[in-house]
Write a protein that binds this ligand. Structure first.
Ligand SMILES: [Zn+2]
Length: 152
């Protein structure tokens, strides 16, 4: 038995339509099932949402930490050269280095900056690293020692 070309063609169309129909029905079915599942498992649903939120938050935090560190390094290099180091003990680990106000007028400056609504590093970058004589690089230890000294 041989089929005519027409029959084959017709059948093909029919087959295609059926496939599409099943696909759509399947999709609807899938959606319904997933909505039902969410209704039946509110706790699990919450857990999933919480985990997704947590994951996003962690990613955001990591990105913002990296961004802050990059900006810190940028500023430290601008004031301390290619290899910024503590002006007292020569420590070069950038994670413990910070820009210190030589004349301890940091509080005054912070108040000024708050009025401008910009952070310290942001302010320095935006203004092309001004007042090179106003700051020095210190590590956290030396900065703390300086703080103790001035408190006396
Ligand atoms: Zn130091």
């Amino acid at each position: 038995m041989t089929y005519s070309k027409d029959w084959y063609q017709k059948n093909k169309e029919l087959h295609k339509q059926n496939c599409k129909k099943y696909y759509i029905e399947d999709k609807e079915e899938h959606k319904k099932r997933s909505v039902k599942w969410q209704k039946d498992n509110p706790e699990k649903q919450r857990e999933i949402r919480r985990k997704t939120y947590q994951k996003n938050k962690e990613r955001e935090n990591k990105r913002s930490r990296e961004y802050t560190l990059r900006r810190r390094v940028q500023v430290l290099k601008a004031y301390g050269g290619q290899t910024p180091s503590c002006s007292k003990c020569k420590e070069t680990e950038v994670r413990v280095l910070e820009l210190d106000h030589i004349h301890n007028d940091g509080k005054k400056e912070r108040n000024e900056l708050k009025k401008l609504g910009s952070g310290f590093y942001g302010h320095l970058i935006k203004n092309n690293y001004p007042n090179k004589k106003r700051y020095q690089i210190l590590c956290k230890n030396c900065n703390y020692l300086k703080y103790l000294e001035t408190k006396k």
